[in-house]
Design a protein around this ligand. Structure first.
Ligand code: GDP
Ligand code: IMO
Ligand code: MG
Length: 471
């Protein structure tokens, strides 16, 4: 316990005690601490439509962080990490847990399917990881229940509805219930009486709606209760107030990383609505989805592929419709980590990347999958859009606007040499270096890392970024 002068020079107060003298669970934060903390935390997120390689990059960077916290989405995410040839696909659990010294937090902004969570915990334990005492789940996170999946599947396939091409994990309906203030939170999952009442009432309502609208067979509340009550007992040891845990870690000077899921263009507010997910995947979501203040966020790191992919429906101005897409898909192994669906492939879209950098406040970019471009005949990059004959790089807000886009391309030469596994910028072929310089200049954010293969070791960290990480 120590005393310091606050910025109101006449006023002294003690960290850890309120004015009443009672010990506080969490104390006020002094301005100088905020400054220090800012440099120690980072949001890392997808700059496109997801699957940019966030998992790999979070894993590489987690060496420098004590805590990694997921702030949005659920088991719709699939984050692949490859360590010395061994593959892990994490869906709900932050990639930081792959390092025993790093804590993992599932924040309040996440929607948690208890069965998916427990099966992921089991998989990691079977792979020899400790997990117990290292992983924490927010008591305020929302719970996904079977009727969420039932409603989503029925609605996606109903005539007259806009098909989103979701992952069928119940994500959208679970967030609907959250916003409707009728969701079940993890803290309520742990209370058997409340759980039973909630499931009975919700099943009555959801079964009635699903049957009336889609003719779906009703779900049995008793079976759901029994399954969830059993799961609750196993989830309970992980549950805590993660907002307090994170703020205490920040106050103690630990480095915290906020791990995004999905990508900026799948964000419920800023993405290509309605072809988006149902959460705030942009950097703002890190604040609301974990319970830390914006003053605690030090930097924002956006992960972008050297090209673009998208899974599911929705606009994609630079989508490739010829053999180049087949080449990228094959070389980049572009198949969904969760659903196995082939990913749609396209050329890098700079207007979208600039937009993504703007709404996220991105300071650093990580460019992944450079090696996938090694054998392209040429590399078109979209630098602007032509909409109804006018040049612009503004992103349309509606689907008709997207339909009118004619991408304007600059064609860059391919290096036609292997970049696989290169870890120093100077060792990249000259044209690959030119590609990255062009990308940096046009995107307005500094490139901090480049990934040249799926493995942890196939990564280069540029000196300025390495320095910033040590700060
Ligand atoms: P995330 O959802 O953003 O974590 O990305 P995914 O794991 O869904 O998809 C990225 C895929 O690309 C995974 O299969 C990774 O192993 C792979 N990957 C990541 N970085 C690179 C890279 O630089 N080169 C290649 N060839 N593959 C990469
Ligand atoms: P990571 O974290 C790519 C897409 C789905 C669909 C839309 C809505 O691995 O990058 P949802 O099930 O969330 O309601 O589906 O969002 N989608 C993703 N696409 N990567 C993801 O996660 C995604 N999570 C959701 O394909 O188009
Ligand atoms: Mg993924």
């Amino acid at each position: 316990m120590f005393t310091r002068t606050s910025c109101l020079s006449s006023c002294q107060y003690r960290i850890g005690y309120g004015r009443t003298g009672f010990e506080l669970a969490y104390g006020p934060t002094l301005p100088e601490q905020i400054f220090l903390n800012q440099r120690k935390s980072a949001v890392i997120l997808g700059a496109q439509w997801g699957d940019e390689g966030k998992g790999k990059i979070v894993d590489v960077l987690s060496e420098k962080f004590s805590v990694v916290a997921r702030y949005a989405g659920g088991h719709n995410a699939g984050h692949t990490v490859i360590i010395a040839g061994k593959k892990f696909v994490l869906q709900l659990i932050p990639c930081g847990v792959l390092r025993p010294e790093c804590k993992g937090v599932i924040g309040n902004g996440v929607v948690l399917d208890p069965m998916a969570f427990l099966s992921e915990v089991k998989k990691l334990k079977d792979a020899g990881l400790k997990i117990d005492g290292q992983l924490f789940v927010s008591n305020r996170a929302q719970v996904i229940l079977p009727y969420h999946r039932m409603i989503e599947l029925a609605a996606e396939n109903a005539p007259g509805r806009t098909k989103i091409g979701t992952t069928s994990r119940g994500i959208g309906p679970a967030y609907e219930d959250k916003m409707h203030r009728s969701g079940l939170r993890v803290i309520d999952l742990l209370n058997p009486a409340l759980l039973r009442t909630h499931i009975n009432n919700a099943c009555y309502e959801k079964n009635t709606i699903a049957q009336a609208l889609f003719g779906t067979e009703p779900l049995d509340p008793k079976a759901i209760y029994e399954e969830y009550a059993r799961a609750a007992e196993q989830v309970a040891p992980f549950v805590t107030d993660t907002a307090v845990l994170l703020n205490e870690a920040i106050r103690a000077g630990e480095k915290v990383m906020f791990e995004g899921a999905q990508g900026a263009l799948l964000d419920i507010d800023h993405g290509t609505y309605p072809f988006v997910t149902s959460s705030s995947s942009t950097s703002g979501g890190a604040v609301t989805g974990t319970g830390v203040g914006p003053t605690s966020i030090g930097t924002v790191i956006g992960v972008t592929k050297a090209y673009v992919t998208r899974v599911g429906e929705g606009p994609f101005p630079t989508e490739i419709h010829d053999d180049s897409a087949t080449l990228l898909r094959a070389r980049g192994q572009e198949y969904g980590a969760v659903t196995g669906r082939p990913r749609r492939c396209g050329w890098l879209d700079l207007p979208l990347l600039r937009y993504s950098n703007m709404i996220n406040g991105t300071e650093w970019l990580v460019v992944t999958k450079m090696d996938v471009l090694d054998e392209c005949a040429e590399i078109p990059v979209c630098t602007g859009y032509k909409i109804n004959g006018k040049l612009t790089d503004l992103i349309p807000a509606d689907m008709r606007g997207f339909e009118a886009i004619q991408p304007v391309y600059t064609k860059l030469k391919c290096w036609n040499a292997s970049t696989e596994g290169i870890t120093e910028f100077d060792k990249l072929p000259k044209m690959a270096q030119d590609y990255l310089h062009f990308l940096e200049r046009e995107s307005g954010a500094r490139i901090g890392m480049v990934s040249t293969g799926p493995d942890r070791d196939q990564t280069m960290t540029l000196p300025e970024f390495a320095e910033a990480l040590e700060a």
